[in-house]
Design a protein around this ligand. Structure first.
Ligand SMILES: [Cu+2]
Length: 145
């Protein structure tokens, strides 16, 4: 029995992390969060979204600097990577629901149609690939009037 438990522990320690990201190291303790709007807020478009990040820095896309990344707003999606783990180790697409702030912006005006929307922030490296330990915010839900 002891042997079985030991084997189980070894296997568990070998399991892949829940989120496996790209090649660029991050601070696993970094926290990315949406300062504004608040979860549950009712707002008008364009929505001023303010990006929070603790434990890492912001640098523009294309700039190689340790422990930095740039913000992405993911609109109307499940938790980034939860439906497609490969999304965590490849470049984030650029379209109306995956908005890049490669200039190193820390806030932006985001156009949204009236209705209920979700927003999430995802940090990515100079090549738009999420970090080895992906850094992302919680998903918030807002209503646009
Ligand atoms: Cu990007």
């Amino acid at each position: 029995m002891k042997h079985l438990l030991a084997t189980a522990a070894v296997l568990a320690s070998m399991a892949l992390p829940l989120y496996a990201g790209g090649p660029t190291p991050s601070n696993p303790d970094a926290v990315q969060y949406i300062i504004s709007p608040m979860d549950g807020a009712t707002v008008s478009s364009p929505v001023k979204v303010q990006f929070g990040l603790q434990g890492m820095g912001v640098a523009p896309a294309g700039v190689e600097k340790e422990m930095t990344g740039h913000h992405h707003v993911i609109v109307d999606s499940v938790v980034f990577g939860s439906d497609d783990p490969e999304a965590l180790s490849t470049s984030i697409p650029a379209d109306e629901t995956h908005i890049h702030f490669g200039g190193g912006q820390t806030e932006a005006m985001v156009e949204l149609a009236p209705g209920t929307h979700t927003l999430q922030l995802v940090l990515a490296d100079q090549n738009h690939v999420p970090h080895a330990t992906p850094i992302m915010s919680d998903v918030i839900t807002i209503t646009v009037e």
